[in-house]
Design a protein around this ligand. Structure first.
Ligand SMILES: [Zn+2]
Ligand SMILES: [Zn+2]
Length: 332
């Protein structure tokens, strides 16, 4: 295919900052590829890459429209200095290829293939604010705060936002990012034991990742063993100020309790009693204990999402008389 209007010859174009403000999506899911966009590639909308769900993980690949006119696909170019001495240099397109590889290795679940800031549809003020905080975080590149902790009930798009952040960090800044579901991590550690792998061997890649998303923090029973594992990861990342950590949790903090003037009690490490006894509702502190919680709060900006379960709202709409509905890939 002929590169339209010379745009395809410059792979840096879709990675530029201005792209974020335009509705032109930077990645296309298979299901949204057929939307007409005259003048530019229908598959990638001019970004030169597509994201696809392969074996339940997000995978990124160059679009078939892409054909680098600078290096003809070799990935390197020859430069000549004023003395006529030539040297080999990496072509711009090689950077894009490298970032797409990173995206494919981040471990983002396939159901978030279409998740990005542009496909997040805030349903109330708290969600609008969450979107802005997440976008600002990418712009600041974590220079003001070491991470974000998305809190709120299921179905408000917490994971959607966390995934959008790391996609931007990988594609625009070339960061190394990892995504892990907390439950999956615990399961991996348990499986590791049966293969004579130490917990360190499983945990270390996540501890070492420059940017880490821990999804569904505090989900499950939170036994002492589970919290010890979590503590290892959080403590390491807390102590490494240059690392960015994003977390999502269905639990909230106790600010509502504090506002109501109830006396603050400290929860023992691993205890699930504490405030639950006072309010009937478990907080994140109850689930993870004060030690982990206080580190999370120090490390992260808390982003509290409120509102109805987005998926439930969509189901209600589906039951109502038909209206033209906006397509969305939002989950989590
Ligand atoms: Zn294309
Ligand atoms: Zn090239």
């Amino acid at each position: 295919m002929t590169p339209p209007q010379g745009k395809a010859a410059n792979p840096a174009t879709p990675l530029s900052k201005s792209r974020e403000e335009t509705p032109n999506p930077k990645e296309m899911t298979i299901e949204s590829r057929n939307q007409p966009s005259p003048g530019i590639c229908k598959q990638c909308q001019g970004s030169h890459y597509v994201l696809v769900n392969v074996d339940s993980f997000v995978h990124a690949e160059l679009c078939s429209c892409f054909n680098c006119s600078k290096c003809q696909g070799r990935g390197h170019i020859f430069l000549e200095d004023e003395k006529g001495i030539s040297s080999m240099a990496e072509c711009e397109c090689a950077r894009l290829v490298r970032r797409l590889k990173k995206l494919g290795e981040a471990g983002i679940p396939g159901k978030f293939t279409g998740a990005r800031f542009e496909t997040y549809q805030p349903m109330d003020a708290s969600q609008k604010l969450a979107l802005r905080i997440a976008r600002d975080f990418v712009e600041d590149h974590g220079s003001n705060v070491q991470g974000l902790l998305f809190m709120g009930r299921p179905g408000l798009g917490k994971t959607h936002l966390a995934v959008s952040v790391i996609k931007e960090l990988i594609l625009n800044k070339g960061e190394d990012c990892k995504f892990i579901d907390f439950f999956q991590l615990l399961s991996d550690i348990r499986n590791g034991y049966s293969q004579d792998l130490s917990e360190q061997a499983i945990i270390n890649p996540y501890v070492a990742a420059p940017v880490l998303v821990i999804d569904e923090l505090a989900k499950g029973r939170n036994t002492e063993w589970e919290l010890t594992m979590l503590d290892q990861i959080i403590s390491s990342r807390y102590n490494a100020a240059d690392k960015i950590t994003l977390l999502t949790t269905n639990y909230t903090d106790d600010s509502a309790i504090r506002k109501s003037g109830k006396k603050e009690t400290h929860v023992e490490f691993g205890s699930s009693s504490g405030r639950k006894a006072q309010t009937g509702e478990e907080t994140l502190q109850d689930k993870v204990g004060e030690r982990i919680y206080s580190r999370l709060v120090e490390m992260c900006r808390l982003v509290k999402l409120k509102g109805e379960d987005y998926r439930m709202v969509m189901e209600d709409k589906a039951a109502a008389p038909p209206r033209p509905a906006k397509k969305t890939n939002r989950t989590g």
